[in-house]
Every structure is written in structure tokens, then in C-alpha cells.
Ligand binder design. Structure first.
Ligand code: NAD
Length: 257
């Protein structure tokens, strides 16, 4: 399968899942636009490395996904956006009566509102070019809940709902809109939690991963960023032309329980 000639914009892609998705789409020949809120040499170096390794065009564009105008500006600066991957996201854990208002607002802005703004900005170009794919990185928490994650669960359920609505709006067009719902994915953020959790539970690495971190993931294995990238690539393929308005879980069986 080749994505040569397509341009993918991946929000929040200087680490973790977003970076994994960008690498996989570039490996398949897509030009990619990386993004985050920072603007460091390391950010631009990531894009240069992807361009060198895969022989595609890769750019890094700074834009803060908590700011609606900046979200729309990212799509404008990209110029072309055939594949939009709404991935930027943050988390905060607290009981609802103690949930900091600024954290609530930031989670809703970055995890949900940003996808509204980028999708609204990207659709006219997709229509003009006669092809488009919107892939929203939701979560198992877009389908189920956990305590103390009210903002994240609300935002991710919102992403799944918006995915369905926009899929219906574009159903007769050569554009699909879907959401991927990962369970636990081994990103640098998750990896960094392992040593503390090992100390807290006095367990070795494998036991803490299996018995504590992946207690709700029946496979007892993390998903990988490459697997999420592969799922995005599938949704961008011709085989997925009639897949729209739905969710694909990559969660080792979490939501089957
Ligand atoms: P991560 O922290 O490694 O990546 C998040 C990305 O979003 C980073 O590139 C970060 O710079 C970017 N970002 C944060 N705030 C931003 C802002 N204001 N503007 C622009 N970019 C911003 O985490 P991750 O695990 O790779 O998460 C990526 C997505 O996958 C998130 O939406 C997350 O909710 C979702 N997800 C992750 C897991 C998991 O287990 N890791 C599971 C389900 C869903």
C-alpha cells in the first residue's frame, strides 16, 4: 500500500502516538506535517529525520491546539491536508468536586475542541481535491469510563460523537471520518510511570505492567505506537473506503469486557 502523493497533518506529534503515526504514514510514502505547541530545534530535527529516512516531505509546524484560531492556522499553514489525524491530548486525574477548572477547560480544548477546529478547516480542501480522511485518536475512554478522569472521558466521548456526526455530513462524499480507540499504549509518558509504580507496589517491571497497569487490558500487553500508525494507514487505504462514522478499538480486549 502506498500513500505517496498524500499529505497527512498529525496534531500533537512530537512524541508518543502522534510521532508513531507520522513515522508509519511517512514509511508508506505520505508527506507529513508534525505539530505541537513548542518550537524547538529538536521538534524541527524530528521532521528532518523523517524526511531523510523515508524520502518524503516532512515539516514541523508549531501551533497550540488549546487555541481554536491556532488549530485553524495549522491547517492553513500546512497548505494541503488529505489525511487529518487529530491526536493532541492531555490528561488530568482528580475527583470531580476537586477537579481544577483550568485543567477541565484545557482537556476539553485540546482533546475535543481542537478536532472541531481542524476538521472544519480541513474539509473544504478535502472536498476541493476530491478525497479526504479524518482519523480522530479517541481512547477506550471514548467508549467506557474510569473514576477521576471525568474531563478526559467527557472529551473522548465527545470526540466519538463528533466523529459520527461529521461522518454523516460527509457520507456522500469521498471523505471518511473515523475514530481509533486505543487502550494503554507504551509511549514515553506511560514508560515514565513504570519505575514509580514498581516502587509503589514493590513489584518487578513485568509484574507491575501485567497486574497493575494492564489490569483492564485482557491481552496484558501494551499496544504500540506503530500499531496505532498501522490502523490509521488502514483507514486511509482503499479497503476502508466504506468505513465511516465508526470506532476501531486497539485495546487488547478492554472494551469487550
Ligand atoms: P504524549 O503526551 O506522548 O503525546 C501528546 C502529544 O500532544 C504530544 O506531542 C504533545 O506535545 C501534544 N500536545 C499536548 N498539548 C498540546 C497543545 N496544547 N498543542 C499541541 N500539541 C499538544 O501522549 P500519547 O500517549 O502519545 O497521547 C496521544 C493521544 O493518544 C492523546 O489524545 C491521548 O489521549 C491518546 N491516547 C493515549 C493512550 C496511551 O495509553 N498512551 C491511550 C488512549 C488514547
Amino acid at each position: 500500500m502506498s500513500l505517496a502523493g498524500k499529505t497527512a497533518v498529525i496534531t500533537g506529534s512530537n512524541s508518543g502516538i502522534g510521532l508513531g503515526v507520522a513515522k508509519e504514514l511517512a514509511r508508506l510514502g505520505a508527506d507529513v506535517v508534525l505539530n505541537s505547541f513548542s518550537n524547538s530545534d529538536a521538534d524541527h530535527a524530528l521532521a528532518a529525520e523523517i524526511a531523510r529516512e523515508h524520502g518524503v516531505s516532512a515539516r514541523y509546524i508549531q501551533a497550540d491546539m488549546s487555541d481554536g484560531d491556532a488549530c485553524r492556522g495549522l491547517i492553513e499553514a500546512a497548505g494541503v491536508c488529505d489525511i487529518l489525524v487529530n491526536n493532541a491530548g492531555i490528561q488530568h486525574v482528580a475527583p470531580i468536586d476537586e477537579f481544577p477548572v483550568d485543567k477541565w477547560n484545557a482537556i476539553i480544548a485540546i482533546n475535543l475542541n481542537s478536532a472541531f477546529h481542524t476538521t472544519a478547516a480541513a474539509l473544504p480542501g478535502m472536498r476541493a481535491r476530491g478525497w479526504g480522511r479524518v482519523v480522530n485518536i479517541a481512547s477506550a475512554h471514548g467508549l467506557t469510563a474510569s473514576p477521576y478522569k471525568s474531563a478526559y472521558v467527557a472529551a473522548k466521548h465527545g470526540v466519538v460523537g463528533m466523529t459520527k456526526a461529521v461522518a454523516l455530513e460527509t457520507a456522500e462524499e469521498p471523505i471518511t471520518v473515523n475514530a481509533i480507540c486505543p487502550g494503554y499504549v507504551l509511549t514515553p509518558l506511560v514508560e515514565a510511570q513504570i519505575p514509580d509504580t514498581m516502587r509503589e507496589y514493590d513489584m518487578d517491571r513485568d509484574t507491575v505492567i501485567r497486574e497493575v497497569m494492564l489490569a483492564r487490558q485482557p491481552s496484558r500487553e501494551f499496544a504500540t505506537t506503530a500499531q496505532i500508525g498501522g490502523t490509521v494507514a488502514f483507514l486511509a487505504s482503499d479497503a476502508a473506503t466504506q468505513i465511516t462514522g465508526t470506532t476501531i478499538s486497539v485495546d487488547g480486549g478492554w472494551t469487550a469486557m
